[in-house]
Design a protein around this ligand. Structure first.
Ligand code: BGP
Length: 468
């Protein structure tokens, strides 16, 4: 079988602590913002953890990681992306000493990965700001968060730096523009949050990301640090140049994060956006210096594309899409309104490579769907041909991008094992190759079952993309 995927291409899956670990109060863990977000991203947080929050138990990866990693190994994973729950290491976020029990848990996960020859890819912050930092400090609007985050990162690099090469600083850092509480731990209701406060918080995250990049290079020589953005190509709704400009400007909102991470300074279009909108933020000389610590690679999630128009009458927002944009009349959508666009992935790969000339890493992609557990020859499984079709179509386009000359390090599908959805906080929006018996009402045995896609993905990995 011929393949366009290079030798050593990393194949695997991606997860986040808050969506699969569970054990929210074990091992000395403090509360994170997710522990008070039982109903997804649109409902205000609760006072404390409530029993209807599926994330509190997740899929119990905290206790079942060995079994789950063995299943990933069975598919042939060479990389596994997971996040370190900040509040396991610094329960409140502002302590000076890390929590040993929390550190020890990720030692065990890393041991297990090592046993199977799986490379770890760690996200330092995946929508999991310690709740205390949100409530007492206003989340990332507060400059003090830079120091707390740096201390957390230092503890991780000191402990795991010798065995972890790939690190991501903030998951989907550009999502903070749309979901400031989940992404930036900012408790102010969106309607009351000023643009200056929002962009100040963004600035703090960008400085923190750059400082931690420098720190990793100092403490863990050879480590590779990436930024992580939501990639969502935005097409003009029509050939009208005004629509093309509107699309470009919408892309700028996303590009800005990659531009600063890769170039080390604020782009002119963003400074103009600040001027036009009366946005004033504090950027010190030391911040400017810090920002010059650029990333080694660019990683991104890719689920969909959108359109943009200059015509206010046509500016309807697509359903279920936090990033905005106008639905594309040429594309089908998932059950949650996310428009399916495999070619868009080739476009993004070319675009990012042309723009930044840094190695790329696809760290999320997949189809959320309502799966049906059935019995075939006495074995419980899910016949998820729709998921196989989605992923196959996307990976074929990845192959095309490789032929276009794009430098791509690897591919981790989102949620290789079913976990709690970020946007809906439910389990019924499933992405996995492995089905987990847990339902939206919390019932279920937590037993794991291989879906049809499990075998399909294993074949893709073993043939290094040759079976696509
Ligand atoms: C990304 C997040 C993930 C994840 C994924 C799928 O935005 O980084 O945490 O959950 O999207 O989204 P959802 O779970 O809402 O379907």
């Amino acid at each position: 079988m011929t393949t366009t995927f290079p030798d050593g291409f990393l194949w695997g899956g991606a997860t986040a602590a808050n969506q699969l670990e569970g054990a929210y109060a074990e091992g000395g863990k403090g509360l994170s913002i997710q522990d008070v977000m039982p109903h997804g991203i649109t409902t205000p947080p609760t006072e404390g953890p409530t029993p209807d929050n599926l994330k509190l138990e997740g899929i119990d990866f905290y206790h079942r990681y060995a079994e789950d990693i063995a299943l990933f190994a069975e598919m042939g994973f060479s990389v596994f992306r997971f996040s370190i729950a900040w509040s396991r290491i610094f329960p409140q976020g502002d302590e000076t000493e890390p929590n040993e029990e929390g550190l020890a848990f990720y030692d065990r996960v890393l041991d297990e990965l090592e046993k199977h020859g799986i490379e770890p890819l760690i996200t330092l912050s995946h929508y999991e700001t310690p709740l205390h930092l949100a409530r007492e400090y206003g989340g990332w609007t507060n400059r003090e968060l830079i120091g707390f985050y740096e201390r957390f990162a230092r503890a991780c690099f000191e402990r795991y730096g010798s065995r972890v090469k790939y690190w991501l600083t903030f998951n989907e850092i550009n999502s903070i523009v749309h979901v400031p509480f989940m992404s930036g731990g900012i408790p102010t209701p969106v309607e009351e949050l000023s643009k200056s406060d929002l962009y100040q918080a963004i600035h703090h995250e960008l400085v923190a990301s750059a400082r931690v990049t420098r720190l990793a290079h100092e403490l863990a020589p050879g480590s590779q640090i990436g930024c992580m953005v939501i990639a969502m190509p935005t097409y003009p709704l029509s050939p009208d140049p005004r629509d093309a400009l509107a699309a470009k400007q919408a892309e700028h909102t996303n590009y800005a994060f990659g531009d600063i991470h890769c170039r080390g300074y604020y782009p002119g279009y963003l400074l103009r956006f600040f001027r036009d909108n009366g946005i004033e933020i504090e950027i010190t000389d030391a911040d400017r210096e810090d920002l010059t610590n650029t990333v080694d690679f660019v990683s991104f999630s890719y689920y969909m594309s959108v359109c943009q128009t200059a015509d206010p009458a046509k500016q309807a927002t697509g359903e279920g899409n936090i990033m905005g944009g106008v639905p594309n009349p040429t594309l089908e959508a998932s059950e949650w309104g996310w428009q399916i666009d495999p070619v868009g992935l080739r476009i993004v790969l070319n675009d990012y490579w042309d723009r930044w000339q840094k190695p790329l890493f696809i760290v999320e992609n997949g189809l959320g769907a309502k799966d049906q557990l059935v019995e075939v020859d006495g074995v419980k499984t899910v016949e998820d041909d729709y998921r196989i079709a989605y992923m196959n179509d996307h990976l074929v386009q990845v192959g095309e991008a490789l032929k276009d000359g794009v430098n791509l390090l690897g591919y981790t599908s989102w949620g290789p094992i079913d976990l709690v959805s970020a946007s809906t906080a439910q389990l019924s929006k499933r992405y996995g190759f492995i089905y987990v018996d847990r339902n939206d009402d919390g019932s279920g045995t937590l037993e794991r079952f291989r879906k049809k896609s499990f075998g399909w993905y294993g074949d893709v990995i073993r043939s290094n993309g040759g079976s696509l």
